[in-house]
Design a protein. Sequence first.
Lengths: 564, 346
Amino acid sequence: MKRSMTRWAALVTVAALAAASAGTAAGKGSTRTSATARGASGGTLITLANAAPAGSPDPQVNYTLQEWQFLIITHDGLVGFAHSGGKLGTTIVPDLATTVPKPTDDGKTWTFTLRSGIKFSNGQTLTGKDVKATFERLFKIGDSPNAGAWYNAIEGGDACVKTPKTCDLSKGIVVKGNKVTFHLAVADPEFLDQLALPFAFILPANTPAHNLNIPPAGTGPYKWVEYAPNKEMKIVRNPYFHVWSKLAQPAGVPDTIVQKFGLSVESEVTQVEQNQADFIANSDQIPADRLNELSTKYPKLVHIETLTATFYFAFNTRIPPFNNLKARQAVNFATDRNALVKIYGGPKLNTPTCQVLPPGFPGYKPYCPYTIHPGTKWTAPDLTKARALVAASGTKGMVVKVNTDTTDADKALGTYFVGLLNSLGYKARPQFLSNSIQYAFIQNSKNKVPFAFSDWYQDYPAASDFLNILLGCGSFHPASNASPNIAEFCNKPIQAEMDHAETVGARSPSEANRIWAQVDHQVTDQAPWVAMFNPRQLNLVSSRVKDFTWSPQWYLLLDQVSIT
Amino acid sequence: MAEFAYEPGDEAGPAPGESVQEVSGKSPWRLAGRRLARNRLALAALTLFVLIVVVSVGAPVYAHDIAHTHPFATNLEATTVIGGKRVAVIQQGGGALGIGEIPIGPTWHANYFIGADEQGRDVMARVLYGGRSSLEIGVGSALLCSGIASVLALLAGFFGRVVDAVLSRLMDLIWAFPVYLLAISLATVLLTLEHPFVDPASLWIPTIIIAFVYVPYVYRPVRGQVLSVREKEFVEAAVGLGASNVRLMFGEILPNVLPTVIVMLPLMIATTILTESALSFLSIGVQPPNASWGTIIDDGQDLLYTRPWVAIAPGIMIVLTVLSLNVLGDGVRDALDPRAKLRLKG
């Protein structure tokens, strides 16, 4: 997903990614590192965000981490990512189901056994009918972003995509007592990951099949009581909740969690410093001019956590000058990644990179050919080589538009590249577009953007979530605003490797990850991007906050925070 | 939004405090020059404006020979010598976490006199270069606007009937759009346009856009003046002598409405400089790496807590420029048309 996570439309198109790879491998062998010595439960956790989560509040439509951080404690899926910090947080664990099943029928059949005695926050008891109805609603609602990309793997799913209103998954989801069996049209090794995301969280069967203005009843420890986009969203304890799995869904600590909207991020920082609020939503970027103040005056309020994300500039590989490999490699060699890191807050908050996959991700193997001493780590730009490559490419003097959004730091990145490209002999011009349109604009091949800023955060820990979504042939959709392969990159041999990795992933995640590592390096050699850096997340919390638990999947676990 | 309104005086004559004897027999231009020379406030404003123009024009000299810097090049990894010590232009944040890279602050030395921006560029040099852009666009668009509006007003006022109706409705149409909304729309379209004749980096784009959106504001008072002058006896006399339409418009009427245009010009320049700054602040005016006062304020927005001078310095320059032009405009009005009303609205 994109950093702002308002651009969910990108993934609507990624239908080709049904099969995949390493899935849950990242969590294996990890240990639980969630908070210890919890403070007293109760109180109200006050969080702040500049704006309400983008898009519909409906849990089957919304595609923002901002809302997901609330949805994961108001709702449950059949399985979920462990509600824990550390690597364990990327592990799939049983939630409403009693166990994580092994697939049968060559990976096409998954049978779950529902736990008994679980109630929704409206008092209704959870049954298998709710599960089937939830997935039918996911199609009936019409605009669930990944209905046609992920969940159409369920038998009957494709027909539901074509005619949502009459969606019938009777063949794809068979309910017998407390057994729910999913029949897939094609094997999908990432099926469990997709079931663990909020789109697949189970709703009562009688939930209306249209966009709701507030998430409906769920089974989690909290329930929604307010969703006012111009004011706040609020959840309170669900009286019907009981703990059935501490690892999947533990009891929450605060009684109430509220997120207030409308302040500038500068004001949010001041409020948290002064204990008037407790946490700033991760969608809001802490202003660069406040970082030193936080470091010198409030270091105890700051938590810096590793992210699985990559910030990059994508070349358009189909139009001059960057349809020329040497030109793309030249810019990669010339880029001073340390300078870019400085723009984004410095080396404590970002690590330079040359490749697509972020560190610690399945399939990641460090690789950097675009530095003065090629190897595993970026050290310094190689301007001599860059200039030689530009000369050899014959692209000198060509016009290049450098496109970014209007966020201050992103504009600064664009300004840096305008200067760099001019110094390499191009005629570079900036093209700064409003945050609300930039991502859609750069995806559309009709706009012929030669060089554009973007970023990508994991949806779930699988290499295909970066490589195939962002650089797979199937992710390029000509003349569409929803074409996440911004580079328009399609290399047939590399695509064959990706397809092979996805096939292998169904039986051997570790073998698949080895292939994905090769793919990552091969893609890097083709230079469809200037991969710049992998960011870390700076979290600012008030001094009232205890028990900061950081999940690599869901970031700060709001329900595990205690307020003193 | 500040707009200006100009209501010309009904008749020429002595200014308040002047006797009829003082003005009789003297040309209007000579009288205006004498009145302006007596207005100390206006002269001070003129001096200030000229000073701003001179330092802005001298920006390359400052950057090259005094600050020894390239105002448009990124210097994120650069160092500079201050008081004999070599220091980084972008300094790593301090404190326990060491986060937040901070540009060097005011050194009060020739290099980085008021510090660096977040690209490590010398802010003082950029403010002077920014002045060149802002003044070029401000003066250029005001002149262009006044020229176009005057010609259209002459055509409408002189020919009347259909020509007047068409041009006046067209002006009403442009007037109906909020100035900034229209300017933003035009700028967005032109900056994203793929055309060999449209260079987004050119200062002509903001110049033309700003000139266009203000045409009705000059057109209206000038047209009113043309309608009035057209009925004067000397015009009728020229008609009687067989003067052509072109001769009547540009030889008889234009010289008599020119004072109206000149009176409005300083305030027009002030208004267009403010508009340019607003557009550049919104990233749709002057495009990087070029600088204008608006773009530098935009750059400084992200450094308000740590390096406020990046935003304050161009802000001061805008205030001083607009103030000097407003005071000068009042002085020019008092000199050329002492009975006119010229004021800022909004």
